[in-house]
Write a protein that binds this ligand. Structure first.
Ligand code: PLP
Length: 401
């Protein structure tokens, strides 16, 4: 993989060649092909889909639905199993609001974890409260990982839903989700997987995983903002009611009754996210052209190099030294994470500080927040050197450790 060649695909790096962008867990940068796909739709079409009875609308419809086909291929699922949403959060909420509110009963159990992003566990907290179900948390192990062994401790015949992240956005740990799915299915529970941090980095084959739902956001995969995907098994999507009403999702509307289109359309209310879907398809094709094996190896190598260097600096607390993916959670002893982050900014190193919308794990780590550096395939060893230089500068600047 030629990273310098790859960086040439990104307008941001052409403008700022020295930028060390280490915040891809929050949002990935956008390559030309995605921007061109968006431009092409807005410049050459720019019209609505499905309803127009003219050539431009047919063309826009074709592109929009072609994007669904591309994503179905990307995930190894059927066309009808791809629901376009605004992002991971709205996809995860859709499952809770539709499946959870319809099928959960008092006394049922839902399993989640303290490693979740708020968008993964909060929708289930809400549904459990409303439906009288019990929310249970997988006990994390000593490294704060979800393990199969600990999952078994909370799984019971009452478990109806398992809502877990595939890759933690704070710790970068990979959940043994395939084994967990198998165990959950043995007690008749469904599994909704938060793939926001896994789908951009690892090959996702929903048939192989056998997950019931998996969701992800376009913007973390070099795609546009405002678009995401919910994959759902067709049989489940078919029996789930819509949660938003109006626009194109309607089939027949009468004074005393209304019916809805089949999945996925019953879940896509109003004018769809047309440009977003087209841009996302371009992003998926781009990522596949780079290759997931290359991506995960590159991120892992960068992370190992960064961890080795960080370990040499006294006073750096690393929370996930054994993490498999390209995310490092750390703090500088005695320095507020936001103060530390400002020193990185002065060095053209973009990183993130705070609770990363994951307050449960932040609290469990015994801190108010962490500094997070997250790598993607366009990062270089030079980025790591800049990052380490900034850590050392922060150390000198705050002079506390
Ligand atoms: C693991 C995880 N889940 C869900 C989300 C929510 O994604 P979005 O803000 O795109 O809805 C994020 C975003 O950071 C995330 O990292």
């Amino acid at each position: 993989m030629d990273v310098n060649k790859i960086r040439a695909d990104f307008p941001v790096f052409r403008k700022e060649p020295g930028l060390a962008y280490l915040d891809s867990a929050a949002m990935a940068l956008k390559p030309d092909c995605v921007i061109n796909a968006l431009n092409d739709y807005y410049c050459n079409l720019g019209v609505n889909v499905h309803r127009g009875v003219y050539r431009l609308s047919y063309e826009a419809t074709d592109k929009y639905e072609q994007a669904r086909t591309t994503i179905a291929k990307f995930l190894n699922c059927d066309f009808e199993e791809v629901v376009f949403t605004r992002g991971s959060s709205s996809a995860l909420n859709l499952v809770a609001q539709s499946y959870g509110m319809t099928f959960l009963k008092p006394g049922d159990e839902v399993i989640t974890s303290e490693l979740e992003h708020h968008s993964s566990h909060m929708p289930w907290f809400n549904v459990c409260e409303k439906k009288g179900a019990t929310l249970k948390y997988v006990p994390l192990d000593e490294e704060n990982r979800i393990t199969v062994e600990n999952f078994k401790k909370v799984l019971t015949p009452k478990t109806k839903v398992v809502a877990l992240t595939y890759v933690s956005n704070v710790m970068g740990y990979i959940t043994p989700i395939k084994e967990i799915i198998k165990l959950a299915h043995e007690v008749g529970a469904i599994v909704t997987v938060d793939g926001a941090q896994s789908v951009p980095h690892m090959k996702t084959d929903v048939k192989d995983l056998d997950c019931d739902f998996i969701s992800f956001s376009g913007h973390k995969l070099c795609g546009p903002t405002g678009i995401g995907v919910l994959y759902g098994k067709r049989a489940l999507l078919e029996k789930m009611p819509p949660v938003e009403f109006g626009g194109d999702m309607a089939d027949t509307v009468l004074l005393d009754s209304q019916t809805y289109k089949a999945a996925p359309y019953k879940f896509e209310t109003g004018t769809p996210i047309i440009a977003g879907a087209i841009g996302l398809a371009a992003a998926c094709e781009y990522i596949e052209s780079i290759g997931f094996d290359n991506i995960i190896k590159h991120e892992h190598d960068l992370k190992e190099k960064a961890i080795a260097e960080l370990k040499k600096i006294p006073g750096v607390i690393i929370y996930n030294p054994t993490g498999e993916t390209g995310t490092i959670a750390f703090n500088l002893d005695g320095v507020h994470p936001h103060d530390a982050a400002s020193v990185f900014d002065n060095n053209d190193v973009c990183i993130r500080a705070g609770h990363h919308c994951a307050q449960l794990i932040t609290k469990k780590l015994g801190t108010i927040g962490t500094v997070r550096a997250s790598f993607y395939f366009y990062n270089t060893e030079a980025d790591i050197d800049k990052f380490i230089k900034a850590v050392k500068e922060a150390k000198d600047f705050f002079g506390q450790f």
